[in-house]
Design a binder for this molecule. Structure first.
Ligand SMILES: [Zn+2]
Length: 216
């Protein structure tokens, strides 16, 4: 692999700073984490978007959250077809091996993945319909969500509704995995859906009673 290069300076400098301060001041804690293994309380599934700062929002410590990120925080439906499913693998490990108590699906405002799905479904982004588009095929998961919101006239409102559909679709798809269903039914696992407004730092949580997202 001759293409791999040394780390750029902005990364190596920051790493050295972390090693000299945070790590060095908490060395015993890191060693304990290494010896005892991880026992995270929650799995968080969020978008890859660099503005969604999951660990900062929940003030995460090392070892607390098992985090999986993908385009538009989507959980695909359970499909045991012998193919490679990264999100399903992370989910299986979190629920069956780590036995996390909570799974939080975290969506966010101005999500590029959701916008791509919107534009694909409305005919504005035909390139995403191509079979070779990984983003397009991934966003197919959200097509049924688009059908539910396409009647909303205002584009910004429609996009926000689709961002929230991405969270609901993921929650519904979680319940297609037999090991998730079993853990939920045995009250060992609870599922949660939140939406983060990047501009004002707001976090809304899905409330099944009112079938809407309410402030945390
Ligand atoms: Zn996103």
């Amino acid at each position: 692999m001759k293409e791999a290069k040394p780390l750029p300076a902005y990364l190596s400098t920051r790493y050295q700073g972390w090693k000299a301060t945070t790590y060095s001041e908490n060395k015993a804690w890191y060693r304990r984490l290494a010896e005892e293994g991880q026992r995270p309380r929650a799995m968080i599934i969020s978008c890859c978007d660099s503005r969604v700062h999951v660990t900062a929002i929940f003030e995460a410590d090392q070892g607390e959250f098992f985090i999986h990120r993908n385009i538009a925080n989507l959980v695909p439906p359970h499909k045991p077809d012998g193919q490679q499913h990264g999100t399903s693998a992370a989910l299986e490990y979190a629920v069956t091996a780590l036995k996390v108590a909570n799974i939080v699906i975290m969506g966010h405002s101005s999500c590029g993945g959701v916008q791509g799905c919107h534009d694909m479904c409305s005919g504005e982004a035909p390139e995403l319909e191509d079979e070779s588009s990984f983003v397009g095929r991934w966003m197919d998961i959200l097509r049924p969500g688009y059908e539910k919101v396409k009647g909303i006239e205002d584009r910004a409102e429609r996009l926000r509704a689709l961002e929230q559909q991405a969270i609901l679709t993921s929650l519904e798809n979680l319940m297609t995995f037999p090991f998730v269903v079993e853990a939920v039914e045995n009250e060992k696992l609870s599922l949660h859906g939140v939406w983060n407004d990047i501009a004002n730092g707001e976090l809304l949580c899905y409330d099944p009673k009112s079938e809407s997202f309410v402030p945390v």
